[in-house]
Design a binder for this molecule. Structure first.
Ligand code: ATP
Length: 362
């Protein structure tokens, strides 16, 4: 399937301050955001995601590189000339206007006809499920309701792209989860391209069609939530998205299957064609839910001592120290945690679900 590109970021860098000595917030970033997708920029505080979003909006200009929208270079266009709207964390509704008037405001500014404004406002009220509150003032709404109105207001002029800068972070957890589902539905109902900024990996995984994981001004990986979670490209991505165990070793044979030596004379086989050459150091990543525990003498398994068991309700975290000296966490569904021998101090056999061990760099 071919995808049409809505926004093309081409080799964009941003330096705040003098070019020689300033702060490099973005370093040669390129990405194609597809039409009608829910695209998320995800990364820790300070990684440059807001700067990239502000450049798409036109609030910042790149130091180098270009930004195209629907094939047209918009790098030099001022914000008001771009068919792009932004929703911020703070909703900034007009306090003296009703919900309906807030939604209609942008349409009036654009000089749309009376009938069109009325119809679009009604449509947007329905989209964000606020029909019953059309006549209320913002002060008479909860935080979640205000954020819905802000969304309706931003969507009303039918921008080709909606930018969302951590729009849910001021909401409490329960409301945030509800709004995540609502936002995704709104994106699907309108077919508008959403570019969403968050530092919350769970939020990114549940809402996005694709995610760009950023760190220190770079995009480290772009892919579907499943790609990023199941096939992290490097150690940073594996550690930032979900939980991961890391094992350091040395390649004995490149394979496939590759054979890896861990410390303490332990060895592992990985069915991969792209391992570094024999003699090279490697880091392996494995999710806690893919660590399997069995009898200490089970053939083909590593062995380790259980150092701690922590009960989490639906599952149990079992901390182990392998014979190689490395620490590992296994996550076991609580229903299986009564398994014989699963107790602090016991020696367990440790193996991994097929395909679960990944080489994430040296
Ligand atoms: P957060 O989640 O904390 O908002 P972020 O990933 O969105 O972080 P940015 O706001 O894009 O990060 O900032 C990237 C880097 O650029 C940071 O080190 C920040 O301090 C710096 N920066 C951002 N805006 C400016 C500015 N106007 N002047 C100078 N430095 C800036």
């Amino acid at each position: 399937m071919t995808h049409e590109t809505a926004i093309a970021i081409r080799g964009v860098s941003k330096i705040f301050g003098p070019v020689e000595t300033g702060l490099k917030a973005l370093d040669n970033v390129s990405v194609d955001i597809r039409r009608n997708e829910f695209f998320t920029l995800l990364g820790p505080s300070g990684c440059g995601k807001t700067t990239l979003l502000r450049m798409i909006a036109g609030f910042e200009t790149p130091t180098n590189g270009a930004i195209e929208l629907d094939g047209t270079d918009i790098t030099a266009e001022p914000p008001f000339r771009r068919p792009v709207n932004t929703v911020f964390q703070s909703y900034a509704l007009f306090p003296h206007l009703t919900v309906a008037q807030n939604i209609a405001f942008g349409l009036e500014m654009l000089g749309r006809g009376k009938d069109e404004i009325k119809a679009t406002t009604a449509e947007m009220l329905a989209l964000v499920r606020m029909e019953a509150m059309a006549a209320r003032l913002p002060a008479q709404l909860s935080g979640g309701q205000q954020q819905r109105v802000a969304l309706a207001r931003a969507l009303a002029p039918r921008p080709s792209v909606l930018l969302l800068d951590e729009p849910l972070s001021a909401l409490d957890l329960k409301l945030r989860k509800q709004m995540q589902i609502e936002l995704k539905r709104m994106q699907q109902d309108t077919g508008i391209t959403f570019v969403f900024v968050t530092h919350d990996q769970e939020e990114a995984l549940t809402m996005s069609d694709r995610i760009a994981v950023m760190d220190a001004g770079h995009i480290l990986q772009i892919g579907s939530p499943r790609d990023i979670y199941e096939r992290p490209a490097n150690r940073f991505v594996a550690g930032f998205i979900g939980e991961s165990n890391f094992l350091d070793g040395t390649v004995l044979a490149a394979g496939p299957p590759a054979r890896i030596a861990l410390g303490g004379g332990q060895e592992l086989s990985i069915d991969t064609a792209d391992s570094p050459a024999a003699g090279q150091p490697v880091t392996l990543a494995v999710r806690p839910e893919y660590v399997l525990l069995g009898a200490f003498d089970a053939p083909g398994s590593l062995s380790g001592r259980i150092t701690n068991l922590i009960y989490f309700g639906t599952d149990m975290h079992c901390h182990l120290t392998l014979d190689s000296g490395e620490e590992l966490v296994a996550r076991i569904p609580s229903g299986l945690s009564g398994k014989e021998g699963l107790e602090t101090g016991a020696i367990a056999g440790v193996s991994f679900a097929p395909g679960a061990l990944r080489i994430v760099g040296a």
